[in-house]
Design a protein around this ligand. Structure first.
Ligand SMILES: [Zn+2]
Length: 578
């Protein structure tokens, strides 16, 4: 006779699923614990004797009965259309999961499963890997990561654009103790290490400072970073020259890291900015990931044909260059990027000093207006406020509107003045409408492009974030795959799973294969889609029925279970030292 215990009884999770198991009839290890700890009813000697006998008896019983508790699969997904992440066509099959891993694929016996989920007609795919995120801010305070998990994302790479946590040992400990719903890997950021060593100075590092920065990168790699990131439009990274970055990239390369770059320019100078990233890959012998690949502002629209050719040429030369993209024509970053970078040299006090000096202030607004003209724009209406702490009633409004609200004339220099005022009052997070659809689709069709949100964990309902935080993957699968047929479903899944896993060396993820981690998404290909918009961003994506992270159900019937089964994914430098 086989006695089976339900998972509900023995491990206390996931009770609301279809089950074929009888109710619990026997005891579990937890019950034994209860037996082992009654209040002492006897004298000490007798009590000890009694306890020893109970322990002995229990161990015997446990040994005899344990095999019958253990099912072959904790969860069995049956009758799905499996898209395995390789890019191959879908096929019908069941997927068996045990102890956080995929253990079997094919026609599997339902009798051997604790929990059975019949997903007839739905797609089973590997959990999506978002290689370009910024989750430092909320990873410990909003560990359920709803915006990611409802979009099918089970793993993220954070620390992008040069900005990461500086103390990875501590950050990983915090993540390990809080436990997030998603797996987390991180890069070590250039701006982070530069600021530690040199503050916000606008100059080259001394040899000693260069060494210190390289040592910080190397240390982070040993601690588990998956690579090194730059944000070369941001302070202080923007003050660096290429040799500095090559030195730091070499430090990451020693530990098999990746170099991920927010390049120096995505507009007029995009070609030389890409060339710099490629050259860093060439010199430092490191794989390159060009972040949020795009061409911005109207005079540059159409240039994606050339920039992709540039990437392809580097690949032919043998440099491992790949790119990522968010599927929206608006970008999102701080309002500070509208000002010339020299304004930020030396940190906040220097910034405030410059803004208070009328002649320097005039010079700044002149440069801003000049740059606007170069972009062939008449005003700053392309810039929309996502979050302005000093006055939240301005969230969602563009700079031209705000300028009018402030009672200024609708002219570019006046709008520049409005921007400076906002920077003085703590600055704002912005959305910039600067790309076009043809480039976006062209980049989407590039086989070595992956999809990435460039977002953080969003506190539901708070602020006006870029909709990519909620809908990146669903938008690709719904809008671009199903509606516009820009790429196939299998190809989209490959770019969301095995391609990022390969690039960032997440060796046991990104494919539906035996022995891989059971990070899995189950979705309806006819319903999947993004619902988050620029006006109303706080809406989860539709169509994801189940999401499993390390074999545990985080989304069940479309709802977050509260389960936080994500793990820290430490990189190759850490693994090599273990
Ligand atoms: Zn960036």
């Amino acid at each position: 006779m086989t006695i089976r215990l339900s998972r509900q009884f023995s491990f206390g999770k996931h009770q609301r699923l279809e089950r074929r198991l009888p109710p619990p009839v026997f005891f579990s290890p937890q019950n034994i614990n209860l037996i082992l700890t009654p209040a002492p009813l006897f004298s000490t000697d007798k009590c000890i004797l009694m306890r020893v006998s109970i322990i002995f008896l229990s161990v015997v019983l446990l040994t005899v009965t344990t095999p019958s508790f253990s099912q072959e699969y904790d969860i069995l997904l049956t009758d799905g259309k499996i898209i395995d992440g390789s890019g191959n066509s879908w096929f019908y099959g069941d997927v068996g999961i045990k102890d956080g891993k995929i253990v079997a694929i094919g026609k599997l016996s339902a009798d051997k499963a604790t929990t059975i989920l019949n997903i007839k007609g739905l797609i089973i795919a590997p959990g999506f890997i978002d290689v370009h995120t910024h989750i430092e801010g909320n990873s410990l305070t909003v560990p359920t990561a709803g915006n990611f998990i409802h979009d099918g994302v089970t793993s993220v790479v954070t620390g992008n654009c040069g900005s990461s946590n500086g103390d990875l040992v501590r950050y990983f400990e915090q993540l390990d103790s809080v436990k997030t719903s998603i797996n987390v890997a991180t890069l070590i950021g250039h701006n982070t290490v530069r600021r530690i060593v040199m503050g916000d100075s606008q100059r080259d590092p001394s040899a000693e400072e260069q060494n210190s920065m390289e040592e910080l990168v190397a240390k982070a790699m040993r601690e588990g970073a998956v690579g090194f990131s730059t944000g070369l439009i941001y302070v202080p990274g923007t003050f660096s020259k290429t040799p500095e970055v090559i030195g730091l990239a070499k430090a990451a390369a020693r530990y098999n890291g990746v170099y991920a770059s927010h390049i120096r320019d995505e507009g007029d100078d995009v070609t030389s900015a890409i060339e710099e990233a490629i050259n860093i890959g060439r010199q430092a012998k490191i794989p390159v990931e060009i972040s949020h690949f795009k061409v911005t502002y109207k005079p540059n629209w159409g240039r994606s044909v050339n920039t992709l050719a540039q990437v392809e040429k580097a690949r032919h030369e043998g440099i491992d260059v790949t790119v990522d993209q968010y599927p929206y024509v608006a970008s999102s970053t701080t309002l500070n990027t509208v000002l010339p970078t020299w304004v930020f040299s030396g940190g906040n006090d220097s910034l405030m000093f410059r803004l208070k000096n009328p002649s320097i202030r005039k010079k700044i607004t002149n440069e801003m207006v000049e740059r606007l003209k170069e972009k062939k724009l008449k005003n700053f209406s392309y810039a929309v406020v996502a979050r302005y702490g000093a006055d939240t009633t301005l969230n969602g409004k563009n700079i031209s509107d705000i300028n009018t609200i402030k009672g200024r004339k609708p002219k570019a220099p006046e709008e520049a003045e409005t921007i400076l005022e906002m920077v003085e009052n703590g600055s704002a997070q912005m959305v910039f409408f600067s790309m076009n659809e043809a480039d976006l689709k062209n980049i989407m069709q590039y086989p070595y492009n992956m999809f990435a949100s460039d977002a953080g964990i969003v506190r539901f309902g708070s602020g006006v974030p870029h909709p990519r935080a909620y809908g990146t993957n669903a938008r690709v699968l719904g809008h671009y795959v199903r509606e516009l047929k820009v790429i196939t479903l299998e190809e989209a899944i490959r770019r969301m799973t095995s391609l990022p896993a390969q690039k960032f060396q997440l060796r046991d993820r990104g494919l539906i294969r035996e022995s891989m981690a059971a990070d899995i998404v189950v979705f309806d290909e006819n319903l999947v889609g993004d619902l988050s918009t620029f006006d109303k961003p706080h809406v989860f994506s539709a169509g994801f029925r189940y999401v499993l992270v390390n074999g545990e159900l985080v989304i069940e019937n479309g709802n977050h279970t509260g389960t936080r089964s994500g793990a820290v994914l430490r990189g190759p430098g850490y693994r090599a030292t273990k």
